[in-house]
Structure formats: C-alpha cells, structure tokens
Design a protein around this ligand. Structure first.
Ligand code: ZN
Length: 189
C-alpha cells in the first residue's frame, strides 16, 4: 500500500520536472546584454539586443517595437516640429528621445538575475552631471563587486546594494538629497 502511494508521488514529480524543462517560461534575459529584457532599451547595445530579440524571441520583439512606436508617436506630439517626417509604423527605428529639460532624479531599483543573485540599477546620476564611469568604479570599490555603465545614464551593480546606496549616494554627492531619489524596489520583469 505504502509502496503504491510512493510510486504515484514519484511519477507525479517526474512529470512536473519534465514540464519545467520543456517550458522555461520564467524571466527572459537578453542574450546580448544579459539583463532582463525590459532593461535592454537602456543599454548601449540596444540595437544589438533588438537583433537578438528578433531572432530568438520574435513575439517579444514585435511587442517591444509596437510599444516603442507608441512612445515615439507621443514624443512627436510634444515636439511637433519633426512630426511631418515621421511615417507612422515606418521602419521601426527606435531611439531613446533626447533629453530636454530633464528632471534631476536618481532612481534605484533591484532586478533578480536568478534565484539568488540580484543586480541594482541606478539611473539618473547623469542628471546631476556626475561622471558615470567614475561612479561605477566607486560603487565597484565600495561594494567589492562588478559595476558598469550600461546605458546613457544607467549603472548596473552586480549585487543587492540598493538600501546602502540610499545612504551612500547623498553622502557622496550632497547635491542629491533624499527627495531626489526614487526607490523603485524590486522591478518586475
Ligand atoms: Zn539586451
């Protein structure tokens, strides 16, 4: 009797693990920049990321492009002048809109790379005219971990140092006070 129950359970487990292998529908990371897909657009390699997406995850790519097209359309309305040149649904060329009257704001968020590892994403230091490369190096030294500039105004630190950064950043750069920082916490992917 007991043996029978055991067998049923183990069969069930086997089925479950098989499913897991067949459908790794967890978070998807970019093969180019290795970040969760939603961060690709902030990296310097975005064009490459898109190529990769197009090849490997065409569905995600299509969605991304349509979203980006919407954003572009919205930008056009506010900028007005270049509107004529834009053809709706044209080539799908996506560019991060140029900064204009940027609000000075530093945002911090945390993204999970796998079950145990997190990265901390810092954006907006550039709005305070802080040298991103120097800042990334500083973070690497302070936290003894990898840290690199990953976008026009983004630094990704290999580790969960978000809470400490909330203290460290205003300490290091007094012009950035608490009100100028947004803690976005864990960003869903
Ligand atoms: Zn990417």
């Amino acid at each position: 009797m007991a043996a029978e129950v055991e067998r049923v359970i183990s069969t069930e487990n086997a089925t479950k693990s098989e499913e897991k292998i067949e459908y790794p529908l967890e978070v998807q990371y970019c093969g180019v920049c290795s970040l969760p897909l939603e961060y690709c657009e902030y990296t310097a390699e975005y064009e490459k990321c898109k190529e990769w997406l197009k090849t490997n995850l065409p569905d995600v790519y299509d969605e991304l492009i349509s979203q980006a097209a919407d954003q572009l359309a919205a930008t056009d309305v506010s900028e007005g002048a270049t509107k004529k040149k834009q053809t709706r649904g044209g080539k799908g060329v996506v560019r991060v809109p140029k900064k204009k009257n940027v609000t000075k704001k530093v945002t911090l968020s945390r993204a999970q790379r796998n079950k145990k590892k997190y990265v901390t994403v810092v954006t907006g230091l550039g709005t305070f005219d802080i040298d991103l490369k120097k800042a990334a190096k500083l973070f690497a030294q302070k936290y003894s971990c990898g840290s690199s500039v990953t976008g026009s105004d983004e630094i990704v630190i290999q580790g969960d140092v978000l809470d400490d950064l909330l203290d460290f950043i205003p300490e290091k750069w007094p012009e950035i006070d608490e009100d100028s920082m947004d803690d976005l916490g864990n960003q869903k992917r």
